[in-house]
Design a protein around this ligand. Structure first.
Ligand code: G3I
Length: 388
């Protein structure tokens, strides 16, 4: 019986990789062949009104031509992973060093990638000298001056800014759920209002985002954090604080039982009801407690991405999927969540040789199956002139 073209091509596609897999030297080739030549993630995303991008550090892109080629193939957006943070910009008191941030900005423009800023305010990285600034008006002035200097420098070029990163922390036991950060203690709860208002004034074109983790799952304080976030947003709306979107980091766990699609979709509905768009901003999957076998680990990582993205991308409010790194070669997980067996972490779509993995296919298939949505508003196309 003649094999229908679709089955014939499927069997041929399957036979190729299986033969390749049998050849020991090609162990990692299997996952490249089934997807080799397929359109990149950004091209697929664009057909659905979505952006696909990734965060990266300048030194990786400056020294790895294979990584550059992978960004060109897969991405339409680049996030400065570290270079626009306080600790990276302000290695000396009262001096801003934009060299690395500007390098990434120009790399993005030269490679026709939208550029995303991360992050104007964060509890984690306030330099010790900054904490000596007197609380109250002096601290507020320092915050305003920082945001004017940084967001103002890239005015008109930024697709979006993480204006405040991770402001919530239920374990700090405040009724409003806010994290007892230096900024809260120095300025008070309205440091958030100050940050968003200043960012809007400094760059009226950039989407202003509040970026958070721990709102994706059912475990721990995730349910409490979702409630605190919605209450925080209601306060912003009551005070006319400018905010356009919520960033959901989506550092996923390898454990399958933490995610409840119905609960997460209801949360996305609540955000959309508050006239907010949603960006998935730091997608990856922790694999330090997953099996050693690369094949099994890769499949679990892919399954977690499928489970989360099929749900998230079914909602029209979600406008972007951004991974925290593109290749396992540069993942932060190796430094922050290393495997006890010393095997390299594998949380991302591409392996360390820039080969497409099951996680790549999981993202590709979730995008392909997603409904078309209204794209996120875009910053006007920026010229190649340097910022400032
Ligand atoms: O570049 C310095 C180097 O000069 C110095 O010698 C060395 C030792 O102190 O540190 C180097 O900087 C490190 C930097 O990564 C570059 O490797 C910092 O110590 C280290 O803290 C920093 O870690 C980053 C972390 O945020 C803290 O900023 C990770 O790369 C980055 O992936 C991680 O990203 C965060 C997001 O911003 C927010 N969401 C969670 C995500 C993962 O933690």
């Amino acid at each position: 019986m003649p094999i229908a073209p679709s089955r014939r091509s499927f069997l041929k596609a399957l036979a190729g990789p299986l033969v390749a897999a049998a050849w020991p030297g090609n162990a990692h080739a299997v996952w490249q062949e089934p997807f080799a030549g397929e359109p990149g993630l950004a091209a697929r995303a664009a057909t659905k009104g979505l952006i696909f991008g990734a965060a990266e550090v300048a030194h990786a892109l400056a020294n790895d031509p294979l990584l550059v080629e992978a960004y060109r193939r897969e991405c339409s957006l680049l996030v400065a992973a570290n270079e626009l943070k306080w600790w990276a910009l302000r290695r000396e008191p009262h001096k801003l060093d934009f060299a690395a941030g500007d390098w990434l900005f120009l790399f993005a423009k030269q490679n026709h990638l939208a550029f995303r800023g991360h992050t104007l305010v964060w509890h984690y990285d306030v330099p010790s000298w900054a904490k000596e600034i007197a609380p109250g008006a002096p601290a507020r002035h320092m915050l305003e001056e920082h945001i004017w200097s940084v967001a103002g420098r890239y005015r008109g070029h930024m697709q979006s800014w993480d204006v405040v990163n991770e402001p919530l922390h239920p374990a700090d036991d405040r009724a409003d759920g806010l994290r007892r950060s230096y900024w809260l203690q120095a300025i008070g709860p309205d440091y958030l209002d100050v940050a968003f208002r200043t960012a809007r004034a400094a760059d009226p074109n950039a989407l202003l985002v509040l970026n958070e983790y721990g709102v994706e799952f059912e475990g721990g304080d995730n349910p409490r954090k979702r409630k605190d976030l919605l209450r925080l947003i209601d306060g912003f709306r009551a005070r006319n604080v400018p905010i356009d979107a919520i960033g959901i980091q989506a550092h996923l766990s390898g454990a399958p039982d933490w995610f409840d699609a119905k609960v997460f979709l209801a949360f996305l509905d609540e955000l959309a009801a508050r006239d907010l768009r949603v960006l998935i901003t730091e997608l990856d999957v922790r694999d330090d407690d997953l099996p050693r076998s690369v094949d099994r680990r890769d499949r679990i990582v892919a399954d977690r991405m499928t489970e989360f993205l099929e749900t998230a991308l079914s909602h029209p409010a979600v406008g972007a999927v951004i991974t925290w790194g593109l290749s396992d070669r540069y993942t932060w997980m190796s430094e922050f969540h290393p495997r006890s067996d010393g095997f390299p972490s594998r949380p991302l779509p591409l392996d360390s040789a820039m080969g497409r993995k099951p996680a790549w296919a999981a993202i590709a298939r979730a995008i392909d199956g997603a409904p078309v949505r209204t794209p996120l508003p875009r910053a006007p196309a920026a010229s190649l002139r340097s910022p400032a």
